[in-house]
Design a protein around this ligand. Structure first.
Ligand code: C2E
Ligand code: MG
Ligand code: MG
Ligand code: MG
Length: 289
C-alpha cells in the first residue's frame, strides 16, 4: 500500500517534471523570437517619498505576452532566459528601453529623478557587459546618475567566475547607481555591506507582509533602516499594499516606498499619465551620487 503510494508519488513528480521541462522548452523557443523581434515591453512602478508625497523614481519591470502561451510571468521567463543564455540580449534591451523611456518622460517636462532596472547575475558574467552598458548610456544620452541597476545578494555568492566587486565598481565608475534588491532574503552575512559599493537597499516585500501584526518584523525594518543610515545607503521598502503599511513603514524611518498600496506597475502610456497627475519637483534620491 505504502509502496504503491510511493510509486504514484514518484510518477506524479516525474510527470510534473516532464511538463515543466516541456513548458520551459516552449518558453525558450518563443522567448528567443520575442527577444529578436523586440516583442517584450516594460511596465513601470512608482517609487515615492511617502512623507512628502513626491514621485522620486520608478522601477522598470519586463513583461511578455506570447501569442500562444499568453502572458508569462517574469519570474518564469527570466529564469528560462538565464538558463538559456538569452538573458544577455534580453537584459541589454531592457536597459536600453528603460533609458529611452526615461528620456521621453523628462522631455514632456516631467522631472522623474531616476529609473531602476533589474540586472541578472548571469548578465554580469559577460566580459563585455560594462562596454555594452557604456554604449547604451552614450547612445541614449542617459544621465548615469539617474540610472539604478538592481542586483541581488546571489550575485555575490553564486558565481565564482566573476568578481562581483569588480563589476560593481566598474558600474559605479560609469556613474551608475547600484541597488541591492530583495534585501534580507539571501543567506549572506551583513559584513559585505561594508565592502560593497551600494547606493540603495531594497527591503524585500516578505518583511512587509503582515508587518502591522508583527512587532519582530517592525524591529527588523527599523534596524535595517538605521544600519543603512549609518552606512549612508538609501533605502526603499518594497511590497507595501495598504495605507496602514505605508504609514507604519514611514514611522519606522523608511521614506521611499514601492508597492501596490502606492501604485501597481503600469504600461508606458499609463505611467506617463501617472507622471502628469503627480507633477512636481523630483526630490534628490537618498544615497544617489
Ligand atoms: P523584483 O525586482 O523584486 O520586482 C518587484 C516585484 O514585486 C514585481 O513583480 C512587482 O510587480 C512586485 N510588487 C510590487 N509591489 C508589490 C506589492 O505591493 N505586493 C506584491 N505582492 N507584489 C508587488 P514582477 O513584475 O512580477 O517581477 C518579478 C521579478 O522578476 C522581479 O522582482 C525581478 O526579480 C524579475 N524581473 C522583472 N523584470 C526583470 C528584468 O527586466 N530583468 C531581470 N533580470 N529580472 C526582472
Ligand atoms: Mg527589482
Ligand atoms: Mg530583482
Ligand atoms: Mg525586489
Amino acid at each position: 500500500e505504502a509502496k504503491a503510494d510511493g510509486g504514484n508519488t514518484y510518477k506524479f513528480f516525474s510527470a510534473r517534471m516532464n511538463e515543466q521541462a516541456a513548458r520551459a522548452g516552449q518558453i525558450e523557443i518563443s522567448l528567443r523570437q520575442a527577444v529578436e523581434n523586440e516583442a517584450l515591453h516594460l511596465h513601470y512602478q512608482p517609487i515615492v517619498d511617502y512623507r512628502s508625497g513626491s514621485l522620486v523614481m520608478c522601477e522598470a519591470l519586463c513583461r511578455w505576452t506570447d501569442p500562444v502561451l499568453g502572458p508569462v510571468p517574469p519570474n518564469e521567463f527570466i529564469k528560462v532566459a538565464e538558463e538559456s543564455g538569452l538573458i544577455s540580449r534580453l537584459g541589454e534591451w531592457v536597459i536600453r528601453e528603460a533609458c529611452t523611456y526615461f528620456a521621453s518622460c523628462n522631455q514632456n517636462g516631467h522631472q522623474l529623478g531616476g529609473i531602476s532596472v533589474n540586472l541578472s547575475t548571469r548578465q554580469c558574467r559577460d566580459t563585455d557587459f560594462i562596454d555594452r552598458l557604456a554604449r547604451i548610456l552614450r547612445e541614449t544620452g542617459m544621465n548615469p546618475a539617474c540610472l539604478h541597476l538592481e542586483i541581488t545578494e546571489s550575485m555575490m555568492f553564486d558565481d565564482r567566475r566573476i568578481d562581483p566587486v569588480e563589476v560593481m565598481e566598474s558600474i559605479r565608475e560609469l556613474g551608475v547607481n547600484i541597488s541591492l534588491d530583495d534585501f534580507g532574503t539571501g543567506y549572506s552575512s551583513l559584513s559585505y555591506l561594508k565592502r560593497l559599493p551600494i547606493d540603495m537597499l531594497k527591503i524585500d516585500r516578505s518583511f512587509i507582509k503582515g508587518i502591522e501584526h508583527d512587532t519582530a518584523g517592525q524591529a527588523l525594518v527599523r534596524a535595517i533602516v538605521s544600519m543603512a543610515e549609518g552606512l549612508k545607503i538609501g533605502i526603499v521598502c518594497e511590497g507595501a499594499e495598504t495605507p496602514e503599511q505605508c504609514e507604519l513603514i514611514t514611522a519606522l524611518g523608511c521614506n521611499l516606498i514601492q508597492g501596490y498600496g502606492i501604485a501597481r506597475p503600469m504600461s508606458a502610456a499609463d505611467f506617463l499619465r501617472y507622471l502628469e497627475e503627480h507633477r512636481g519637483p523630483a526630490k534628490k534620491i537618498m544615497g544617489a551620487v
